[in-house]
Design a binder for this molecule. Structure first.
Ligand code: OFO
Length: 169
């Protein structure tokens, strides 16, 4: 039996994941406007991944016979100054999401909810990857500084990313 506290915490997390999708979509729009299509592509894939995270939580609540309650999604930031600032913001955001997932796990442990603990382990592992992939891009952007050629090279690399839910299994 899943507690009402756990249900409402997972509902909050659904909202955070949907906000993540919205934030990355906003970054996609900003990068497209800067003619950095590879970075825009990367953000599009990231946004889809966040939708997948939200739906994984959504489906879990339904599977447990709990009620999903969707809430309003906050306005995302619209302007990001430069590519480094945008990816730094993405990294900060992922750290915040990791903290939130850890708190969900703390609650599942406290409530001795073994099924939710087992379910959340996937998200704990996923957040390690999420932070590492954004951190790598932040470091590359720091290295190239104002070098236009380096920026183009990173943009070309990020154009290669695609997203498919099967990659998550
Ligand atoms: Fe859902 O991991 Fe990013 O936010």
């Amino acid at each position: 039996m899943i507690s009402s506290k756990m249900i409402s915490a997972i509902n909050e997390q659904i909202n955070k994941e949907l906000y993540s999708a919205y934030l990355y979509l906003s970054m996609q729009a900003w990068f497209a406007d800067q003619n950095l299509d590879g970075m825009a592509n990367w953000m599009n894939a990231q946004s889809k991944e966040e939708d997948f995270h939200a739906m994984k939580l959504f489906d879990y609540l339904i599977e447990r016979g709990a009620r999903v309650k969707l809430k309003a999604i906050a306005d995302p930031t619209l302007d990001f100054e430069n590519p480094l600032k945008a990816f730094q913001m993405a990294l900060e955001h992922e750290r915040y999401i990791s903290k939130s997932i850890n708190e969900l796990m703390d609650l599942a442990i406290k409530e001795k909810d073994h099924a939710t603990k087992s379910f959340l382990q996937w998200f704990i592992d996923e957040q390690v990857e999420e932070e590492a992939s954004v951190d790598r891009i932040v470091n590359m952007l720091k290295m190239i500084g104002d070098h236009g050629h380096g920026l183009m090279m990173i943009d070309r690399e990020l154009a290669q990313r695609s997203y498919s839910p099967e990659d998550e299994e």
